[in-house]
Design a protein around this ligand. Structure first.
Ligand code: UD1
Ligand code: UDP
Length: 374
């Protein structure tokens, strides 16, 4: 029997991390596959370092990002054109896209128009925050996909309610496959890195990159002032791997020198995936506006404060792993105090599945549906 050829689209840091388990599963089952990289993320520490850590070689097709590509339209348009060229030449049966970045919108649209089946990994997430480019992207992708890989029954409900045309399968999230495997490796290999970073002292992690937060001087300054206060009074160091978007905004707003000088707040370059997971597992808490980190902290039993007013990962809140701390400094401080005063031995279940998500997705690419669902 001829096996379907599967194209896997990557382009951003979280996409690389969440697609890697699928690529490895395709290889385990000896299924013809190709990796297309859009070049949306291109800095070494957002791209190649992450690919190395998750065991991906270079992409089969690397799209080069034009230097002057700054707006959503330019970015999405160049990827759309280039992805179509590759799909027309390579003729895969299915294109898998993961999540809600512009990379995935471009990929899904390119494939849809030339009748390549689209599989949306992480389908059905909704923040109901219409300011977010990710919310527009994920809704459009869901509506033009053949296969909708919903992580949970809640994401399935969103898809049913929206009346999508494709087939919906509740399969979990590949972040579980990735986190379980890499946390195991990180425990064995990255302890010296954690010690070097923290000096063995208690610490929290901070990541910020959401457009609605970091592109707004008042919002991002308020968040930083709350973290400065927390670092002072809690005597926990706050380690802040700085996303390139955020670094640019700090520079544009003239905030960089001031923020780098805050005592107790340690700014570092974006970390490799193994280093990040090793740090996360040892952190007292994580402050973040990242989607993936809300999931990983839930899986690794680390309390998470989401620095947003909404989340498309409410399952993490329902199980008690995550709180919406918003962006108001007083609220962030009070939510932190509340979380830290609770019993530290508290455990919660992981709502994103059993680490078998990539197998279910690959089965769907081959047979039109997975052998089992959650
Ligand atoms: C993108 C996604 C977001 C995702 C995030 C993951 C969209 C609309 N946004 O946001 O959903 O959560 O990736 O990190 O697709 N830059 C670099 N080096 C890089 C990458 C970016 O310097 O490797 C700089 C560039 O100047 C770029 C800016 O950061 O203009 C923003 O990058 P972009 O890919 O447009 O959006 P992200 O904020 O990374
Ligand atoms: N991550 C990393 N190094 C860092 C910060 C994050 O490897 O310094 C990983 C993190 O473990 C998670 C992913 O990057 O898997 C999240 O990416 P990001 O926050 O950029 O995007 P989002 O998930 O919000 O789309």
């Amino acid at each position: 029997m001829k096996k379907n050829k599967v194209a896997v689209l990557i382009g951003t840091r979280p996409g690389i991390i969440k697609m890697a388990p699928i690529v490895h599963e395709l290889d385990r089952q000896n299924i013809p596959r190709l990796i297309i990289h859009t070049g949306q993320h291109y800095s070494l520490n957002m791209d190649k370092d992450i690919m190395r850590d998750v065991g991906l070689d270079k992409a089969d097709h690397q799209i080069t990002r034009p230097d002057d590509c700054i707006s959503h339209a330019e970015q999405t348009a160049y990827m759309l054109v280039k992805i179509e060229e590759i799909l027309l030449e390579q003729k895969p049966d299915v294109l898998l896209v993961c999540g809600d970045a512009n990379t995935n919108l471009a990929g899904a649209l390119a494939a849809r128009k030339i009748h390549v089946k689209v599989g949306h990994v992480e389908a059905g997430l909704r923040s109901f925050d219409w300011r977010m480019p990710e919310e527009h992207n994920r809704i459009i992708i869901d509506h033009i996909s053949e296969y909708l890989f919903a992580p949970t029954s809640l994401s399935r409900e969103h898809l049913v309610r929206d009346g999508v045309r494709g087939d919906i399968f509740v399969v979990g999230n590949t972040i579980v496959d990735a986190t379980l495997e890499h946390a195991r490796i990180a425990r064995e290999t990255q302890a010296p890195f954690v010690l070097e970073m923290t000096g063995g002292q208690p610490f929290c992690l901070l990541t910020l990159h959401r457009e609605e937060n970091v592109d707004n001087n008042a919002v991002v300054s308020g968040i930083i002032s709350s973290l400065e206060h927390i670092a002072n009074v809690s005597s926990k160091q706050i380690i802040f791997p700085l996303h390139p978007r955020t670094k640019k905004r700090f520079e544009e707003f003239g905030l960089f020198a001031k923020i780098s000088g805050i005592k107790g707040l340690k700014i570092v370059e974006p970390l490799g995936y193994l280093n990040f997971i090793a740090m996360l597992e040892k952190a007292s808490a994580v402050f973040t506006d990242s989607g993936g980190i809300q999931e990983e902290s839930c899986i690794l039993q680390v309390p998470c404060l989401t620095l947003r007013t909404s989340t498309e990962r409410p399952e993490t809140i329902d199980v008690g792993a995550n709180r919406l701390a918003g962006t108001d400094p007083e609220k962030i401080i009070s939510v932190f105090n509340e979380m830290m005063s609770e019993k530290s031995e508290k455990k919660w279940p992981n709502p994103y599945g059993d680490g078998q998500t990539s197998r279910r997705i690959v089965e769907t690419c081959l047979f039109g549906k997975p052998k089992d669902e959650l």
